[in-house]
Design a protein around this ligand. Sequence first.
Ligand SMILES: [Zn+2]
Length: 200
Amino acid sequence: MIIKKIVQVGNPLLAKKSKIVSNFASKEVQNTIKNLVDSMRYHDLIGMASSQIGKKFRIFVTEVRKTKFRTPKDIDKLRIYINPEIILKSKQEIIIYEGCGSVAYGKLFAPIKRPKKINIQAFDEKGNKFKFTANGLLSRVIQHEYDHLDGIEFTEKIIDIRKIMSSDEYKKRIASKKNHLMKSQQNKCMTKEKRKSSYN
Ligand SMILES: [Zn+2]
């Protein structure tokens, strides 16, 4: 079931710690997972935690789908995390812009600094334990969703409030950055070509 109204920041539900899941097969847990997946896709988010749909389970989902703004290496399948634990964080930290369905329905983006890589372990919807290393955008989404389970909203971690952007402005800039990158790569190729021809 799609939950159309995502719980918005300011609602005390979002600031509470979520509870460990003990009965994986319960109807409420299984419904929560299904509703999270449906709602994440409906709202075009790449991750969603149970508190965002009004449930207090330690459950979140991620799915980094293809868009014109994401590189192919960012794309990742649907994953369900129950009782997750981040067991290792890289010392190296990077700044990435984040948005959240619970903050103005994802219309606000801001720079956040977090570890680049993480190791995470969790249980899937069938109760099977899994563990993997996440990097790039997936690592970022996992850390953002994990914070939701502890009642932490990404806005608490904004490193420079002067750099907040609307999602439209953010996307515009990524698009222009991408074009700029493509142009500079074309130029590089051209310079190489020129150099080559001058040797001939
Ligand atoms: Zn969020």
